[in-house]
Design a protein around this ligand. Structure first.
Ligand code: CA
Length: 322
């Protein structure tokens, strides 16, 4: 039995549909979002970047070519580094692109067992996605939440754009303003989250995403954040943390029981919820065996409070909710 301090403190685990039900349909499309809503996810995730004309769009990457046909539609619009940046296109142009499952640089499917078909899926704005959620919630009588990420705010600022106020503005238009609203706001950038809380005055539930310093996601020292002192500092502005799965539990090549790190217990001790990323049945954590044993370790050994899942139905089922 784990010590009390490591027990989950925030009610039933939150199942977050990562980029929608992107295990089944191309990420961040209306189809993937509607499907995730129908599968029973608690929250739908939005990654948000800005267009040239300052429209917040629901899109994971700063660049377009890994999930759209931009190279064929707009040849010559790449930067010198060969990439097609969303921020170099107007919203009207972006809505003409066809969105598909993620491909790697050579053109191979990143996830060969997924949808894999080409259809005229489109990029949409954050406002349109929140409209979709509002309508689906109205039609089903459910209260599925949103889980919105401010992507690379420092990069946007270097491009002359301020992303966070625009995201907050759209969320507020749809009634997401307070900690009681069905909305979590996530970011890898600790300075930006502090700004969102203390300068921009947001009362939303904020989540500090935690990467590895080697990824260079933000000028944030994740090794420092993962210490008790670092977590105490995070707790001054955030309601939760979003760590990478290997930061909370590790599975053993020997088949010995999985081992939880101290991160969840330390976070809970400061009052922070822990929502880990990302569960994929086609890329299980190393040595975790199968989806069921992976979930047992995450929820029953590490005691996380929520999980970003590409397959929300699998996560719900393993939590006994489907
Ligand atoms: Ca995200």
């Amino acid at each position: 039995m784990a010590p009390a301090s490591t027990q989950r403190r925030f009610g039933p685990p939150l199942v977050i549909a990562h980029r929608g039900a992107c295990g089944y349909l191309p990420e961040h499309t209306f189809a993937a979002k509607a499907y995730a809503h129908a599968l029973g996810a608690d929250c739908l995730e939005q990654d948000v970047v800005l267009t040239r004309d300052d429209v917040p769009i629901v899109f994971h990457d700063l660049i377009l070519e890994e999930v759209t046909d931009v190279a064929a539609r707009f040849p010559g619009r790449a930067r010198a580094d060969g990439h097609y940046y969303a921020i170099d296109f107007g919203y009207a142009e972006l809505t003409t692109l066809a969105v598909h499952d993620r491909i790697e640089a050579g053109g191979a499917a990143a996830w060969p067992l997924r949808f894999g078909e080409r259809l005229p899926f489109r990029i949409h704005s954050l406002a349109e996605e929140l409209t979709l959620v509002r309508g689906l919630n109205r039609a089903t009588g459910r209260r599925v939440g949103v889980y919105t990420e401010v992507k690379s705010p420092a990069w946007h600022r270097a491009e002359g754009k301020d992303l966070a106020p625009r995201v907050l503005g759209v969320l507020a238009e749809f009634g997401y303003r307070t900690a009681e609203d069905a909305c979590w706001l996530q970011c890898f950038d600790a300075a930006e989250l502090g700004r969102i809380r203390f300068e921009l005055g947001s009362a939303l539930k904020l989540v500090q995403l935690i990467g590895e310093n080697s990824w260079a996601e933000a000028a944030t020292d994740y090794d420092a954040i993962r210490t008790p002192a670092g977590l105490a500092a995070v707790a001054r502005y955030a309601a939760g943390i979003g760590p990478w799965i290997p930061q909370v539990v590790s599975w053993q090549a020997t088949g010995a029981p999985p081992v939880a790190s101290s991160l969840v217990a330390d976070a809970h001790a400061t009052g922070l919820a822990v929502h880990a990323y990302t569960f994929r049945i086609d890329q299980l954590p190393e040595h975790s065996g199968d989806a069921a044993s992976a979930h047992r370790a995450l929820f029953d050994v590490a005691h996380i409070d929520g999980l970003f899942s590409d397959f929300p139905d699998v996560t719900l089922s393993l939590l006994g909710r489907r």
